[in-house]
Every structure is written in C-alpha cells, then in structure tokens.
Design a protein around this ligand. Structure first.
Ligand code: DPP
Ligand code: ZN
Length: 870
C-alpha cells in the first residue's frame, strides 16, 4: 500500500448532498440499499473525473443512476473501489450491497457483539457499510431506516431524531431516523440491539429541552448512573466555560463490550466501550470513574469540536482531537484537582508520547504522510496536540482564547477545515502573533530546552540564559516558558524583568522564540532557585542545570505544585540512574539523606492534600527512566527503583502504617476528588509497605483485600499481592475470579494484574492465561488486558533471552488475522527496540522480521513493523 501525502490533498471530484439508507438485518446478513444525491464539486480541479466510490468487504448486488440499472461494462469493482467512468453533473446513485456483520471480526463498519449490531466508522469504516466517497470533507444529510426482528433487536437507533417507526411481517419492526445536521461519513452510526435504557430530561441554558439516554447490556442499568451524571456535568461545563449547548433533541450513548477504541463521538449517538460507561463502587476503581467522567465529556465536547466543525482531511485529526483533549483536561482539572490532573497528564505524555516522538513512528501533530490512518490515532496527535492548544491558551490568556474559539465557530460552523484555520482564528481574535507557535504542527520530536541562571549579588540581578534545540535545523519554535524565582526562605520573589516599570506577579511566561535568549530579572535581593517550566508550560525536555540541593529546595517550597512534584521526580530519577550505574559496577546504591528527608516532609504534610502527596510518593515509571538512558537496562532500572522504594519504606514503615490507617474513608462510596485522594494516599502507603514484602506486610495486604468494599481498595491490594511470591497471591487471585467471573470488565482486571506482575514466571503465566476459558482474542478489551498489558512491562517484554519479543510477535500475527487495528497497537510495543543492548536488539529484530514475513499481513501492522525495521 502506498503512503498518502498531505501535500497531495485535492478537493473531492464529487459531493454527496444527501444519503438515504435502508438497512435490512436478517440471519447472518445485512442488506444495505443506498440512495445518494451526487453532484460534481464546483471546486474540483478537473470536471471530467470519473466517479470513484470507496467500498471494502462488500458484495455489490446492483447499482443504478437516476433509476437506470448500470450494465456490467458501465462500472468496475475491485477490492477497494467502485468506479463509474461516465457520470452526469448531478444525479441519484442507488446501490444495493450485502455482507455478514457476524463475520466482521475487524470491528469496523457494521458488526456483531453479544447484544446486537453496532457500528464504528472513524476513520474509514463507512466504506464497509456501503459504497461512498469516504472522506471527511464530503458532508451529507442522512436518513436511515432500519428493519430487524423485534425480539432480538428491540432497539433500532441511528443519528439524529426518530421520525417514524412501525411493525412488519414476521415479528419484525422498523424505525426511521433523520439527522438534521450535514456530517462526514465517519460520524455515521446505527445500532440494532437488545439493551436496557436509562433516560433523563435536560434543559439547556437557553431553555431547549433534550432527552438524554444511556443504553447498556441487559441487567447492567445499575452501572449506568455515573455515566449519565458525567454527561450532565459535562453539558453544564461546556455551557458555562465555552458557551456551547447541545444542538439536538436527543443525545444517546450506547455501551458495547467489543470495541476497538475508547469511545466514538457519532452525531447524537455516541458509541462507547463498556469500559468507559459501566461503573459501580464494587466493580470500578476511582481511576475508572475518573476515566468515565473524562471520556463521556470528551465525546460530548466533540459535538462542537469535531462534529459542528470537522476536519478537512485526516492529516488534520489533531484539529478535533488535540482541541477536544485540551477541553477534557480542563474539565477534569475543574472537576477534580487541577494539580493532580496536570501531573497525571504529564506523566502519561512522558510515558507514551515522548517515546513515540523518539522512535520509528515519530510524526508531527499534523502528520505529513500515512499508509494506514488508523495508525495515527496516537499520543502525538491527541496528547501532544492538546499541549499545543494549551500553549496557545497560555500565550493568549483565558478571555482572548475564548474569543478565539467563538471566532472559530463563527467562521467555520458546518465546515471541514484545517489546523491553520484554527490558529488563524486564534491569532485574529487575540492579536497575538502565532507564527512561531504554528511550527509545532509540522515538527516531530521533543524539543530540548536548556536554562542556566547566574546571580549577580552586587547588581541584585538574576540572568537566565535559555536555549532550545530540536536537532533538525529549521526556524526556532515559539515556546512559552513559565518561570518563577524561589527565594532562600522558600518564598517567591516578585518578578521584574529589566525594562519593566514595576514588578508584577511571581510567575511569568517568557516568550522563547530564538535558539538562545537571555532574560534579566532585577531587584532580586538574594540568590534564588529558578522554578522553570511551571505547570509544564510546554511539552519539552528541560535541562534546568539545578543541583540536588536546588531541587530539594523546590520539592519542599515551590509555590507551583507541578514543579514541587517535578523536583521530586528529577531527584528520584538521578538517584535511580546513579543506582543503575552502581549496580552494574557491583557497588552499593546510595540514597541521599536529603532526599529521604524531603520524602518524610511529604508524608508529614500529607493531610493538606492527600491526592497530591500520593503523586509525590510515586517514583518515576520504568518506561520513563528507560528513556533517559543511552542504552536502556530494564533489569537494572527495575532493581534500582525497587531498592529505592524499599529503602524509603523501611525508613518510614511506621508512618506508612499510620497513613494507611489514618486515611481510611468512611461512609458510602463516592469517587469525588477528596475521597479518591484519601484512598490514593492510603494505597500508595500500602504499596510502600508491600515493597518490604515480609509476612507482616503480606498479612496486612491480604486482610485489606478481604475487608475492601470498593474496587479501588480491592485492586490496590490485589495488585500488591500479584507482585508478591507469598501464598496470599494465589488465594486472593482465586477468590477474585470466583467472585467476579461474570463481570467482564472486572475479569479484565484479573487478567491484567497477572500479565503485568513483576514475578519471574510472568511470561509462563501469560501463556497459560491464553488457554483460560475466559480468554478471547476477538474481544479487544480482553486481548489488551493480557497481551498489550504484558507487552507494556519493562522487564518481561524486554527479557534478555528474547522470549518476551518472540511471544508478542506470535500474538501480533495471530491477532492480525482477526483485527488489524488491535494487532497494530500490539506491534507498537517494539517501537523502542533500538534503545536496548545488542543482544536484545538481535532478538527484537528477529521477532519483527518474523511478523513482517507473515502471510497476508495487514497494512496496519505492515506500516508499524516496516517503520520499526526501516
Ligand atoms: N473516538 C475517538 C475519540 O473520541 C476517535 N474520535 O478520540
Ligand atoms: Zn476524540
């Protein structure tokens, strides 16, 4: 398959104004009759182009233009297209196609799950439902009529409003839906299923009445309440913060257990992975609740940022995803703790996006080319894309940013546009020059920022020299660098740059626009410690040139909570990486007293903000540490990190035991920030105690496992036990499975806890899990809980004997025959293979080559493996 290039974009030759679908569901077959109002695009380059429709996995029954059936010579059909050489200027195209949704294991297009039939069309699934010009700049009005058996498919749903319904012969029924808004085909959705329904009314800020519905698997209505609650909160938030209201009479969410993504923002009919809908205190953790809240909000927010204004082409994916992630991040920050939300977002960015940007799949947030667009639903497009929006927000300020959003909607409502259209609206509304900021859209890689401060006591001046590099030449980026100066007493010094009339504020956003720049602060009465990149104001790797003593000072005093956390992370990273070198040289690992004492201060003041304290107690992830080494050594990283944790645990054992008792949450379960924060600190304490892993710690953890009444505490204990070789491990795992074997999302947790265990025999365990009766390679959540989870482990996937690589390679090939999108994600585990030693590299190369030589490899996996080897 050939790469598609951004620079080759041309407008479509034809437009499709309306789509009328008639969908007939029978045993093992769906028949789709389409009526398309087609006309030549006045903006097309060439007025004589043939009509080329996309279509895959379809059996074409008939095709007609303006009511006249086409003869075989008048069109051609291949695996991907239907071509009609001679097409009039405007006409009605009718086609009839058939396929079997029950045989569709790819889960794109129209497919079967346990309770019925569902769709997934983004990015290019609509072409698996009918022949179409399947690209987002073709926007149409849709009418859909569904026919199916009443007993098996009581709910027949599609986008928009239900306008008619009725009965048919043979215990069948039908329903007709009309979506008043023109939309691209990727936002099409329909459902024919047996589901339970939770519904509530909603009155929008301007007084419009709407019906909100959440459809779930029969019997699970008691797990739908939080999603409904989250939806209403998100709707209110978007009204208050962005002035955006629901534009439909009815907003539906349908949860399905077999789903490739997290969720999908189809117009008026969101379809969700059950993972992001179903929750009950005893089945879902605080983190699950947080995820549901965020994803429900995210998909709802797409109704404006994505649906009302959509993407011109798939290179612009970050236009809707980066912006909508930014919106869901701000929503979460408002609903929970802003500092903790930011820390978690940055931790994920570093664990997933930074490695992506340093590996074979590196691409700009607006990619220049792709082979398979499904491979570009990435951390870069989403999370780095959100960071780019955040930088615009930081540069403009809240009010001008809001004006920019208003202008964006005013100009582009109902259109399919580009990232440039967005930044232009932001620039025009604010008057802020965004030329340097725009470069972020076209550059891959993580920029490095170096900062060095010099204090001149005589002049009472502090000069900061800041440089940036991305190592590819080109003009420098515009990087907003938020800084503060922390005095020796721990108090922020008011900031006055040379040339300012007076000091103002204690945090200042410096505009770094050159390769190197100097900033001179005056009236600095004592040598400060610079607090750089406050709030992580840009997605860069910072070398701040600070000493351990400076960092300990910031860790204790910085008024910016993000940088207080960050100082602790940098210190812990230094200690662990020095420990790696010591271990390799056969020397003891050193843990500086100053660091341990700073950790003690976190514990001592934990009650001020337990959730934040828990974040500060979490040591950097092994994947993040591996990125900082020239040649990653996963075993040494694991061992050094383990030793640091154990040393802290032994030093503060009594305090951790105290915190574990003290932060108990009483009363009925609630996933709110306060209660969840207390549980988070309590379970972090348990994690430290289990780093000691003696019989006392194991007994405490097992007792906790049996006592726990909510899934947060249950899983915290179970995960500790799963990493421990004590007899409690198998007892707890056995009890857990017995209790939860009928609750799929909870069984996923059971699989995942075993697949990610630190214990030596984890790969053997994973292999035996594949033979477990509850394992099913066709279910994406289950595959992810075992295979993707295992492939994400630092130690076992990267085992020096290459067994981890060989195993995952075999599973990529097996999965590819079922579901290329899920297989391709698994293959991404190999991204960083060149960061390891020669022995591991040889094994990884062998594994990658074995995938590449597999017969019938999908273009999804082919692109990932080809880039890794290339
Ligand atoms: N459903 C995915 C998301 O919301 C793709 N649009 O991000
Ligand atoms: Zn999205």
């Amino acid at each position: 398959p050939k790469a598609v290039l951004l620079r080759d974009y041309t407008p479509p030759a034809f437009l499709i104004d309306s789509v009328d679908l008639d969908v007939d569901v029978r045993e093992k077959q769906a028949t789709i009759r389409s009526r398309l109002a087609v006309r030549r695009n006045p903006a097309a380059k060439d007025a004589a182009q043939p009509l080329v429709l996309d279509g895959r996995h379809l059996e074409l029954v008939s095709v007609a233009i303006d009511g006249r059936a086409l003869a075989p010579g008048e069109y051609t059909v291949d695996e991907d297209h239907l071509r009609i050489a001679e097409a009039p200027a405007a006409f009605t195209l009718e086609a009839v196609v058939r396929f079997d949704p029950w045989a569709n294991t790819r889960l794109e297009g129209f497919y079967a799950s346990k309770d019925g039939l569902f769709t997934q069309c983004e990015a290019q699934g609509f072409r698996c439902i009918t022949y179409f010009i399947d690209r987002p700049d073709v926007m149409s009005r849709y009418t859909v009529t569904l026919h199916a058996g009443r007993e098996r498919f009581p709910h027949l749903l599609a986008n928009g409003n239900q306008v008619a319904k009725g009965e048919e012969d043979g215990e069948r029924h039908w329903a007709k839906w009309e979506d008043p808004f023109p939309k691209p085909s990727y936002l099409f959705a329909m459902v024919a299923a047996k589901l339970d329904l939770l519904e509530e009314g909603f009155v929008t800020r301007s007084g419009r009445k709407a019906l909100l519905q959440v459809y779930v698997e029969p019997g699970k209505i008691d797990q739908a309440g939080f999603a409904m609650h989250a939806l209403k909160k998100a709707m209110r938030w978007d009204e208050a913060v962005f002035g955006l209201e629901l534009d439909l009479e009815r907003f539906m969410i349908v949860a399905v257990g077999d789903f490739n993504m997290g969720a999908m923002e189809n117009k008026g009919l969101n379809i969700f992975n059950t993972k992001y809908i179903l929750a009950r205190p005893d089945t879902a953790t605080d983190y699950d609740y947080y995820g549901i809240d965020k994803v429900v909000a995210h998909e709802y927010f797409h109704n404006w940022t994505g649906n009302r204004v959509t993407c011109r082409d798939w290179f612009q994916l970050t236009l809707k995803e980066g912006l909508t992630v930014f919106r869901d991040q701000e929503y979460s920050a408002d609903e929970y703790s802003r500092a903790v939300a930011r820390i978690q977002d940055v931790r994920d960015l570093r664990a997933y996006q930074f490695p992506e940007d340093a590996g074979p799949m590196a691409h700009p947030v607006r990619p220049d080319s792709y082979v398979e667009i499904n491979n570009f639903y990435t951390a870069t497009v989403y999370e780095k894309g959100a960071e780019v929006i955040r930088m615009i927000y930081t540069l403009l300020g809240r009010e001008p940013f809001r004006k920019g959003m208003d202008l964006y909607f005013e100009r582009h409502d109902g259109q399919a546009v580009t990232c440039d259209d967005f930044t232009q609206a932001m620039q025009d509304a604010s008057g802020v020059d965004l030329s340097g900021l725009r470069r972020w859209y076209s550059r891959a890689g993580t920029p490095r920022v170096t900062a060095r401060g010099v204090y001149d006591e005589a002049a009472q001046a502090f000069t900061l020299t800041v440089g940036q590099s991305l190592g590819q030449g080109g003009e420098p980026l515009h990087i907003p660098l938020a800084v503060g100066l922390v005095g020796p007493d721990g108090v922020d010094i008011p900031l006055r740059l040379e040339g300012d009339a007076a000091a103002s504020g204690t945090t200042r956003v410096l505009d770094l626009r050159e390769a190197e720049q100097q900033f001179r602060f005056v009236e600095v009465t004592a040598r400060p410690v610079p607090s750089l990149l406050r709030g992580f104001s840009a997605p860069v790797v910072l070398d701040g040139g600070l000493t351990d003593a400076d960092l300990t000072h910031l860790m204790t005093h910085d008024s910016d909570p993000f940088n207080r956390w960050e100082a602790g992370q940098v210190l812990a990273t230094r200690i662990i990486l020095a420990g790696v070198e010591a271990l390799k040289a056969g020397k003891p690992m050193e843990v500086p007293t100053a660091y341990v004492e700073a950790v003690g201060r976190i514990l001592a003041s934990a009650s001020r903000d337990p959730a934040f304290a828990a974040e500060c107690l979490a040591l950097p992830d092994e994947a993040i540490l591996a990125e900082q080494m020239e040649v990653a050594d996963p075993d040494a990283i694991h061992e050094a990190r383990r030793r640091l944790k154990r040393e802290i645990a032994e030093r503060y054992r009594t305090r951790f035991e105290g915190a574990f008792r003290h932060f108990t949450v009483t009363g009925p379960y609630s996933p709110d920030a306060n209660a969840a924060g207390r549980r988070s600190l309590r379970n972090a304490s348990l994690g430290y105690l289990m780093a000691i892993d003696d019989s006392t710690a194991r007994a405490l953890t097992f007792l906790e496992y049996r006592r726990a009444e909510n899934m947060t505490d249950t899983m915290a204990a179970l995960e500790c036990l799963a990493n421990s070789a004590g007899a409690e491990r198998e007892r707890a795992l056995g009890m857990f499975y017995e209790k939860w074997k009928d609750e799929a999302l909870v069984v996923d947790k059971w699989f995942r806890a075993q697949a990610t265990s630190d214990l030596p025999k984890t790969l053997d365990r994973v292999k035996s899990l594949l033979a477990h009766p509850a394992f099913d390679l066709r279910n994406p959540n289950r595959a992810r809980a075992v295979l993707h989870a295992f492939a994400g482990t630092a130690v076992h996937f990267h085992a020096a004997d290459g067994e981890g690589y060989r195993f995952v390679a075999e599973q990529v090939v097996a999965l590819d025959r079922i579901n290329p999108q899920i297989a391709s994600r698994l293959a991404r585990a190999f991204d960083r293979w060149k960061k390891y030693d020669a022995g591991r590299q040889a094994h990884a190369r062998g594994a990658l080559e074995s995938i590449r030589s597999a017969e019938g490899l999908s273009s999804d996996v082919g692109e990932v493996v080809g880039r890794a080897l290339g």
